[in-house]
Design a protein around this ligand. Sequence first.
Ligand SMILES: [Zn+2]
Length: 197
Amino acid sequence: MSRESKKFGVPDELANLYDFANTLDVRHFTHHGVLHPQGDELTQTRELAAWMAQRGLSLTGAKVTPAMLVAAIELRTLIRDYLQCDPLERSRNKDAVRALNKTLKFFPLVVTAANDGSMVLRSAREDALAGLSPIVAELYDGSGNGTLDRLKMCASDECRRVFFDRSKPSTRRWCMSSLCGNRMKTRSYRDRQRNAG
Ligand SMILES: [Zn+2]
């Protein structure tokens, strides 16, 4: 769980998945005259290692190799592609499903009996990539309890931030209505005016 996930009310059970998807920041809108800077938190092996360590995901203490960084980025790309689909469309988007399944094979999980008597999913890997398995387990748990349908990508082209929809009907399209929603509404209003004129 991170400060961001807490601030936006993301359930703890999805916090790693939320944070991981948002390690890529492609926002490029101007707010109060300032252009939001884009960024990627995972451009080097040591950044991935540090990111996992910060969240207690360095389960093995093993080294992150360049090939592992590539696998991590691939996982992030495909999770973002999947979350970009409307929840009702996700099962029908065969390309997104196929691509995601292909990469999920690199993050196998096993059922393990925990100390508290519960059963949990743990990584079957024993190298550094085991640290990303909790993210895959969150996908699984979230799909089981329905919360994954509330994890969406902002509909604004200039944003594409993954957000958790806390609205009752679960119909939100923007990460922040006051920002992305308004910007898009203002633009379509302007477009309509232009077309009408
Ligand atoms: Zn947004």
